[in-house]
Design a protein around this ligand. Structure first.
Ligand SMILES: Cc1cc2nc3c(=O)[nH]c(=O)nc-3n(C[C@H](O)[C@H](O)[C@H](O)COP(=O)(O)O)c2cc1C
Length: 404
């Protein structure tokens, strides 16, 4: 075989095709008085690094546009500044846009806005960072005709007062919806959102997590080019932290939340909406997959609605917050052990391997058996089963007090 016969890498699982049949459920959502074509939009990053990238995102079916963060000066971005982490995670030290504010004002916003208008979708600009910087940058960006402004709190320390000052500064210089993009290193984002709520119109949850460190052990050198090699974690590993942050914010405030962090499938959109988000943003998966990701994920999410007999995203939005906003009864004893659907079991033995209580016994290609009296009802086999053959209801059982 010639060297050129198979130019693609063997693992092409990152190329996820669009679902073939169009969904029935309504995809449009209204947020901040704006109509988004779907709830799936870009989050700030190299996926929206200039006007041309924004135009590709609009042409590929994103629900709305959101541009890379601009500030008073171009970011001195260290090189290397991005590294894949695990299967679908990333560490980055990209800071904000490497382009000058003048270039954005003279060219990039015009290209991006023209694409947004042609597609009939809203355009959100992202600005940073201190109150003084926002007072300089925001009016110029607003004058381009953007529909809303997101401001990032990533590089303003961790004081709530400093964040409130930046929001106030922004409010005093622009007459547009203002979205606060929250960073997980601030701690309790619900509390921060409650303090910020009078000064902003919406929240984005969350920015990347960190700083973190990865070392190239062959060279005993940092993987990234920042001072100590530190970078910020994004992508799939971030998702549970992002979902929890959206929930914390949504149960404390009334204003809309854009959920961001590790979204790569339609199911992730549903999870974020249930946690209280009204829109979701994608950055890392867009870098790995390309701009078709937004439509693919939106269509998958709408198919999920179809399968569950729902007409629109409003039918699931906030469902988890309403049910569990005050928490759940914590069970210390369950009524039943996991149940196996042997028709679904593929005989892989994973349930037996992961069982730490010697309760699940599995041999290759045979139906596993469970010793019920040993089962601690830890739940791991249920979530680890690759075939979805195990299940139990997490809320059937007794608390310590009830068992006594
Ligand atoms: C390479 C890279 C650059 C980013 N640049 C910005 C930025 O300029 N402004 C910002 O608010 N967030 C920035 N982010 C954070 C993302 O917008 C997003 O909040 C975070 O990565 C989590 O979402 P994800 O898992 O979909 O990537 C960046 C993320 C990455 C990976």
């Amino acid at each position: 075989m010639s060297d050129h016969a198979d130019p693609l890498p063997k693992d092409t699982s990152w190329r996820v095709p669009l679902p073939v049949t169009p969904p029935q459920a309504r995809q449009e959502v209204e947020v901040l008085g704006l109509t988004f074509r779907s709830p799936v939009i870009p989050a700030a990053g190299p996926n929206v690094r200039d006007g041309a990238a924004l135009a590709r995102v609009a042409e590929n079916g994103a629900g709305g546009l959101l541009a890379k963060t601009v500030s008073v000066r171009a970011a001195p971005v260290p090189r290397p500044n991005m590294a894949q982490f695990g299967r679908a995670g990333m560490l980055n030290t990209e800071l904000w846009t490497e382009l000058s504010l003048d270039q954005w004002l003279d060219r990039e916003y015009d290209v991006g806005l023209a694409a947004a208008r042609a597609a009939g979708i809203p355009f959100i600009a992202s600005v940073g960072y201190t109150a003084d910087e926002l007072e300089l940058v925001a009016p110029k960006v607003a004058a381009k005709g953007v529909d809303a402004l997101e401001f990032s709190i990533h590089y303003v320390g961790t004081s709530f007062d400093a964040v409130v000052d930046t929001a106030r500064a922004l409010r005093s210089v622009v007459d547009l919806p203002i979205i606060a993009k929250l960073s997980p290193h601030f701690g309790d984002l619900g509390e921060l959102a409650a303090v910020l709520e009078p000064h902003v119109d919406a929240f984005t949850c969350i920015n990347s997590f960190g700083p973190t460190l990865a070392i190239d052990i062959e060279r005993a050198e940092p993987v990234l080019g920042s001072r100590y090699g530190y970078g910020w974690l994004s992508g799939e590993p971030l998702r549970p932290l992002a979902v929890r942050s959206v929930f914390e914010v949504a149960r404390r405030v009334k204003k809309p939340v854009i959920g961001v962090g590790g979204v790569s499938r339609g199911e992730d959109v549903i999870e974020f909406l249930m946690a209280g988000a009204s829109l979701v943003g994608i950055c890392t998966q867009a870098i790995y997959e390309g701009p078709q990701v937004y439509e693919r994920v939106a269509v998958e999410a709408a198919h999920w609605l179809d399968r569950h007999g729902r007409q629109s995203f409003a039918d699931v939005q906030g469902a988890y917050v309403r049910r569990f906003g005050q928490g759940q009864r914590v069970l210390t004893e369950k009524e039943e052990a996991p149940r196996l659907d042997s028709a679904l079991c593929i005989g892989c033995t994973r349930c037996g391997v992961v069982c730490q209580y010697d309760a699940m016994h599995a041999e290759p290609w045979k139906t596993p058996t469970l010793v019920e009296e040993r089962c601690f009802q830890c739940g791991l086999c249920v979530s680890a089963c690759p075939a979805g053959a195990l299940s139990f209801s997490p809320r059937a059982g007794r608390t310590v007090a009830e068992a006594a």
